[in-house]
Design a protein around this ligand. Structure first.
Ligand SMILES: Nc1ncnc2c1ncn2[C@@H]1O[C@H](COP(=O)(O)OP(=O)(O)O)[C@@H](O)[C@H]1O
Ligand SMILES: [Mg+2]
Length: 474
């Protein structure tokens, strides 16, 4: 079972100058073929980078993209449609900014503190004059490992005004203040939780970042938090993932942050690599077994030991003689007493597959650089040039923003029907084939040749569609 050396895809590490490397060769122990390395040197390095990937005949590029390079790498990924990025640019959407995390959560109906994103500073001011306090104000776009440095609590309009006049954040990103017990970091591989811990604020403080003197522990992370993290990982189609969940004093978990870039002990990065090797080899390499709540036991070790542990390998539970003894351990979980090893069936490892269509195309979702492009309304009008951004547009009030940028079924149907040779039936075929409108729009943005998968859509028609789509977006 599994692929031979020759059949295995060619792997490459995606590195960027000045950026910490999440993976290296040591994580991919046992991979039989050479793993290439491609390094992005910033500043106009796009074309050279693309050429190098092509020259090295890389099939899979593995690595995290920092926020500041995210949009460039969306462009790069488009020019390398045959290359699979792990994680995909869509999965890494949340890495870019807090605004992106919020839009991702809105789309998938994931619980977050109520959030307000304003590009229009006047409207933000109106909001701040009438809203309830305290509020949290954050810088949306910033390497997030600053741990709370760009997160502020304001108790009144005056304080909010002063802060925003001083910081000049854009967009202006605010949240309701959630009184919380602690926040919880959950790490997942193939949608299975592999590590989780609490981060508690120092006495009398509200910031739970451990870098600011808080404490952490690994015990008894609640079921609703792990379940939420799994749901979020699935929504992101993430090979690996970390979620920061605010555990409210009301017992409600809400997502604060989620990303593929996070601090992880080397043994966790080994697991991720092993998982990727298993997935890409179609089962030739061993699927890592990462037992549920392993973190409660490993977490008893000193961090200095955890930092040096490598290639941890757990065997599966088997009800043998010693199993009788060790397998009886039960845990209070989700209001029940359960055998730990049974939870491994409930939280299984999924084999994440590549998706072919762009879910978060920059034309729509890069608000930061291209605010004025609002396809739902703007589809039929000329959209202002990107260089005019950031430029306040209409009210971007919180949740309603999502509705505004959505292209409706009617709009997309009108668009297709306007093309010679496409009638109602074909429009229906297209929409049914891709199942949802976002997917159709993604195909149009990324690779319209995929439309030939639909019955009745010929290459000729695709050419027409492509032309019309480009016209529309002009
Ligand atoms: N809406 C909120 N209500 C209460 N506390 C919050 C809220 N948002 C963030 N915090 C606190 O601030 C910390 C940092 O916020 P976070 O969004 O994670 O930004 P950072 O990128 O700085 O880590 C969180 O860990 C949490 O303790
Ligand atoms: Mg944080």
């Amino acid at each position: 079972m599994g692929l031979t050396n020759k059949q295995l895809p060619k792997l490459g590490f995606l590195y960027l100058d000045y950026v910490l490397r999440f993976f290296d060769h040591s994580n991919f122990k046992g991979w039989p073929n050479k793993i290439e390395t491609v390094t992005y040197h910033w500043k106009n390095d796009k074309e050279r980078f693309i050429k190098e990937v092509k020259r090295k005949k890389i099939d899979v590029l593995i690595g995290n993209i920092p926020a500041t390079a995210y949009e460039t790498f969306r462009e790069i990924a488009r020019e390398l449609p045959h290359v699979r990025f792990i994680p995909s640019m869509d999965t890494q959407f949340s890495n870019k900014s807090k605004e992106n995390v919020t839009r991702f959560a809105w789309k998938y109906d994931l619980p977050i503190p109520k959030t307000y994103v304003y590009y229009n500073h006047k409207n933000a001011d109106k909001f701040l004059q009438k809203c309830e306090y305290p509020k949290i104000i954050k810088k949306s776009y910033e390497p997030s490992n600053y741990g709370g440095y760009f997160v502020h609590k304001v108790d009144s309009y005056t304080e909010a005004r002063e802060l925003l006049d001083d910081k000049k954040y854009h967009p202006q990103y605010m949240q309701d203040f959630v009184p919380m017990e602690a926040d919880i970091r959950v790490m997942l591989i193939g949608h299975k939780p592999v590590c989780a811990f609490w981060r508690r604020a120092p006495e009398g403080e509200w910031l739970t970042n451990t870098s600011q003197g808080g404490s952490m522990d690994y015990m008894d992370v609640p079921k609703n938090v792990l379940d939420l993290a799994v749901k979020v990982s699935k929504a992101a189609n993430a090979e690996y993932w970390a979620c920061d969940v605010a555990y409210g004093i009301d017992g409600v978990p809400r997502i604060l942050e989620c990303a593929t870039a996070f601090a992880a002990f080397p043994y966790i990065r080994d697991w991720i690599a092993q998982y990727i090797m298993w997935s890409l080899s179609e089962g030739r390499f061993r699927k890592p077994h990462m037992p549920m709540f392993n973190w409660e036991e490993l977490g008893k070790m000193d961090a200095s030991i955890l930092r040096t542990l490598r290639h941890l390998h757990f065997g599966k539970f088997s009800p043998s003689y010693d199993g009788e003894y060790f397998g009886n351990k039960k845990k209070n979980y989700g209001g029940k007493k359960v055998h730990l090893h049974k939870l491994d069936k409930e939280y299984k490892i999924y084999d994440i597959k590549r998706r072919w269509h762009e879910e978060w195309p920059s034309e729509i979702y890069n608000y930061q650089d291209n605010l004025a492009l609002k396809p739902a309304k703007g589809m039929k009008t000329k959209s202002p040039k990107a260089k005019d951004a950031p430029h306040p547009t209409t009210d971007e009030t919180s949740e309603s923003a999502m509705d505004k940028i959505k292209i409706t079924k009617e709009e997309i149907s009108d668009f297709f029907s306007s093309i010679d040779g496409i009638g109602k039936k074909k429009v229906k075929n297209i929409i049914n084939h891709f199942e949802n409108i976002d997917e159709v729009v993604g195909v149009l943005h990324q690779n319209s040749s995929i439309l030939t998968e639909v019955t009745g859509i010929t290459k000729k028609l695709v050419a027409k569609i492509e032309k019309a789509w480009k016209e529309l977006l002009k």
